[in-house]
Design a protein around this ligand. Sequence first.
Ligand SMILES: [Zn+2]
Length: 113
Amino acid sequence: MSTNTKAISDDTMLIEEAIIAQFGERCPDFDPDCHCCRVWRALDDLRAERAAGAKAIHDAVMAERARIVALLLEEAELTPCGEDAMVTRSNAFLIKADFSYEEAERLSEEAEG
Ligand SMILES: [Zn+2]
């Protein structure tokens, strides 16, 4: 299980296989009175809800990361000790880069101009 996205797509594929076994492939046109059409629509709705949930979580994580980075950069500006400011600033870049030291270094160089 490498990522959440992979796990989600794998288990809905199992549901899809079960639907095909029980109801067959999708009908060409949606009929609200057809069980086959309704179960396929339910699978589509499940996948859409999961994708929306995963996106909401991702967006919240990115927003929180941006908030922490902004606060650390602000703290670095206010810290009287130059060495502390440097450490605080480099921590901000490390968080912004999702702990990729290479990317954090690049962000740091970019900020220095
Ligand atoms: Zn149908």
